[in-house]
Ligand binder design. Sequence first.
Ligand code: GTP
Ligand code: MG
Length: 201
Amino acid sequence: MTINENRIGFLTSAADEKGFVESSLPQVVFAGRSNVGKSSVLNSLARRKNLARVGKTPGKTIHVNFFDADGKLLWVDLPGYGYARVSFEEKKRWARLIEGYFRKTGTIALGILIVDARHEPTGLDRDMLAYFRAAEIPAAVVANKCDKLKKSEMPGAKKTISEALEVPEEAVLFYSAENHTGRDELYRLIESAAPEKESEA
Ligand SMILES: Nc1nc2c(ncn2[C@@H]2O[C@H](COP(=O)(O)OP(=O)(O)OP(=O)(O)O)[C@@H](O)[C@H]2O)c(=O)[nH]1
Ligand SMILES: [Mg+2]
């Protein structure tokens, strides 16, 4: 399926489960630790600067944000997990919101786990990926901010991420929301994740 990149638009921001979009469209979900660049990757894919809101400090995305991609997919930008410097109450709220999303939502065609290319993934990243597997959600691992790595550091970074997440090295896609490295490959993966619509006879 092709997704027209000029037809990706913001739908709604949900602070709680009542705000979730009810739709039969397959969903592509952007998940990962706070500040790894989930919202930036979404913007880079859509070739837009401020479609999803990006922050200098972790914890920018606090709601579940829904985007319509060409009337064919819903893209879902989640709040990040694992940010230590927020209150316990706020952490609980995020966890409830993210868990509620996965519990209530329709078909997820692709789970995109975004990690920071410079850092070893955490237990929470492993949990996220394990959840995708258990729920039989096809998953992609995107190592964002690769513009911050020297070329010589890239093979080691890939190895670290693949070992920590127990996925083959080929499954780790380097990405840069800054200079759009990996953009076309991830875009194609998203396009191929959605099932072709059955022809209406
Ligand atoms: N150099 C570089 N900076 C990036 C890249 N992607 C994101 N950033 C920066 O990282 C910061 C966080 O980006 P966001 O897109 O808000 O991250 P997020 O994962 O959505 O964060 P939360 O919504 O808080 O969970 C911002 O200052 C971005 O400009 C990248 O590929 N390269
Ligand atoms: Mg965000």
